[in-house]
Ligand binder design. Structure first.
Ligand code: GLC
Length: 421
């Protein structure tokens, strides 16, 4: 299994100038897999390598965060020194804490510039296990031109979203775009579905699966209503295929001009505005719609840079982390790849806001995002999330009813908890 997964992963040596490769130590960095990650992580890491006499290699992890974590855990179990700097998801520190070094001796207090909640998330037993790299929150991307064509405004509620999607789908299909879709999102059975479904549940007033004190709260009528609503989209305003969509699948449909609405993360903005994008200049960004209880909810995502305990060059790796998470690089990544900074002052930077108007307009979406129950469940979070996404997937695919799925989930989570988290 390990060998098989490893073969799936491309390790790309970046061009290296200056010092002869044989004399230079190699630092390998894993920082995402989409086009923007490769460009806006690889380029800057390489510049650092040139300036400091290291060969920097870029390691491309699996695109699904779930597969990425599975592979990483196998590498840690083997105490592999293959990757020095690892980009880790905001829900991972409690899961992989034993395999990362404390960055405090290298940070010289730089973490004070970053959002305190993210620094707290990354600090376990007093150790700073990851420097915040970028933050994420779920957003509604919409086709400005099409809403205007049909005399509509960005939807405030999920019901409005469904009604608008039906109107525009009918019109566009009649006009000849046979496969035009209303709404695309992340419906595959993986961590991305946990994020989307938490937004539905929370916006309906159904809580956040497990509360901050560790109580399992998911089996409630508002959560049932949220999942029933989401299930009603599949096969009507969303294609059946959405049950197998990750972020990039949804973006592919939307960016090809084949969907009115898309739920995705901020990175999708810069790609939608690229010179060769068919929807350049036609996209708006809004908070995700409210449920009947009347609240917008966006799941908190985001990524940190960490150093593997098994790295042969921990000092150099930590220095690379500090460089990549600095204000200078976060600004460049925000402008080039629409990665939301974790350094608070960059939200007042006029170049960042000019490139990404939504970062200024929707600042409260980012600061008020809903966390997944990763801190309270610690090492058990991956199991909790998997049980949740499986339950949600069974409702979306109509193999369970929402009340049955959530009742069963409640029982499964109690078993995972077994007394305490
Ligand atoms: C994004 C988020 C991350 C989340 C993932 C789910 O990458 O930043 O936190 O786990 O999507 O697919």
């Amino acid at each position: 299994m390990f060998a098989k997964l490893t073969r799936l992963v491309a390790v790309t040596a970046l061009a290296f100038g200056g010092v002869a490769a044989s004399q230079a130590a190699t630092i390998t960095i894993s920082c995402g897999s989409n086009a923007s990650d490769l460009e806006f992580c690889g380029k800057y890491a390489q510049e650092w390598g040139k300036a400091h006499g290291y060969e920097v290699k870029l390691y491309t992890p699996p695109s699904s965060t779930t597969d990425n974590l599975a592979l990483l855990r196998q590498q840690f179990a083997a105490k592999s020194s293959d990757v020095d700097v690892i980009m880790i998801d905001v829900v991972w520190p409690g899961v992989i804490k034993d395999h990362l070094i404390d960055l405090k001796p290298y940070s010289h207090g730089a973490e004070a510039q970053h959002f305190p909640a993210i620094v707290a998330n990354n600090t376990i037993d007093g150790k700073l296990l990851g420097m915040p790299f970028f933050t994420d929150a779920g957003l509604l991307f919409y086709r400005k031109d099409l809403l205007e064509k049909y005399g509509l405004k960005p939807p405030q509620t999920w019901d409005e979203l469904a009604a608008d999607a039906k109107t525009v789908m009918a019109g566009e299909r009649k006009a000849g775009v046979a496969d035009f879709q209303g709404f695309v999102f992340q419906g595959k059975a993986y961590e991305g579905l946990t994020c989307d479904a938490l937004e539905w549940v929370n916006s309906f007033g159904g809580g956040d699966i497990i509360d901050k004190s560790g109580n399992i709260t998911i089996d409630n009528p508002k959560a049932v209503a949220a999942l029933q609503t989401a299930a009603s989209w599949v096969g009507t305003i969303s294609p059946e295929g959405v049950l197998n969509y990750g972020e990039e699948d949804a973006r592919g449909v939307f960016q090809n001009g084949k969907a009115l609405f898309m739920r995705n993360w901020p990175y999708a903005w810069s790609l939608s505005q690229a010179a060769d994008s068919p929807i350049k200049g036609k996209v708006g960004v809004a908070p995700l719609p409210m449920g009947p209880g009347g609240r917008h909810a966006a799941t908190l995502g985001g990524w940190q840079l960490a150093v593997s305990k098994y790295s042969k060059h921990p000092k150099a790796a930590a220095e690379l982390v500090m460089y990549m998470t600095s204000a200078d690089i976060q600004k460049k990544r925000a402008i080039g790849g629409s990665y939301n900074p974790t350094i608070m002052s960059l939200y007042k930077d006029k170049d960042v806001i000019a490139a990404n108007p939504f970062m200024g307009q929707l600042l409260d979406v980012f600061t008020g995002a809903v966390a997944r129950p990763a801190t309270v469940t610690g090492l058990k979070y991956p199991q909790v999330s998997q049980d949740f996404w499986d339950a949600v997937h069974s409702v979306l695919s109509k193999s369970s009813t929402a009340p049955d799925a959530l009742k069963r989930l409640d029982g499964q989570l109690k078993q995972v908890k077994r007394g305490k988290w």
